[in-house]
Write a protein that binds this ligand. Structure first.
Ligand code: SF4
Ligand code: SF4
Length: 166
């Protein structure tokens, strides 16, 4: 349970997931942010004003998925590493998941990285299709993994140092 171990339940996640119809239209942000804290960098970073944290800054963010263009700026901006971008249109059988990453070394494009669940359980080895640092002074990396579609809502972490060249 979220309040005891920090891991959201299926019910928690249902509250923040885009519809299947929206997921099938292209990359979209998912904010797995459940705690009421005074925070809004995700909102100010969004170039198309798709995220609102109002009228009280302690509220959790709400994403307008019809506006979201999947640019990933909110992923880099979130200090809680709570936002991910999922693209279910990557390939017929594969999706991509962009994960904020703040460990060194960072896996490079073309490597395989070990993907983990929200609870830290290993889910497999997945191709890194992109790894880039956020803009400006933000040292957060954005690592994008290609994963089977049935794991697109499960892979949410990368094991630090869990990379291989193949
Ligand atoms: S992915 Fe880009 S467009 Fe979508 S909510 Fe985040 S910052 Fe806004
Ligand atoms: S920046 Fe991250 S932690 Fe802060 S409100 Fe947005 S999603 Fe939540």
């Amino acid at each position: 349970m979220l309040s005891q171990n920090g891991i959201p339940t299926v019910n928690d996640l249902q509250q923040v997931m885009p519809s299947e119809e929206r997921l099938n239209k292209g990359p979209v942000a998912i904010a797995e942010c459940f705690q009421c804290i005074p925070c809004n960098p995700c909102s100010t970073a969004c170039p198309v004003h798709a995220i609102t944290v109002q009228p009280d800054i302690n509220q959790t963010p709400v994403i307008d998925w019809d506006r979201c263009i999947g640019c990933r700026q909110c992923v880099a901006a979130c200090p809680g590493l709570a936002i991910f971008v999922v693209d279910m249109t990557y390939r017929p059988d594969m999706a991509t998941v962009t994960i904020p990453f703040e460990f060194l070394p960072v896996p490079a494009k073309g490597m395989k990285a070990q993907g983990l669940s929200r609870a830290g359980a290993p889910l497999g080895w997945f191709e890194v299709v992109e790894a880039r640092q956020a803009r400006g002074n933000n040292l957060t990396w954005l690592v994008t993994l290609a994963v089977p579609k049935d794991l697109a809502m499960e892979v949410r972490n990368i094991k630090a140092g869990g990379y291989r060249n193949e």
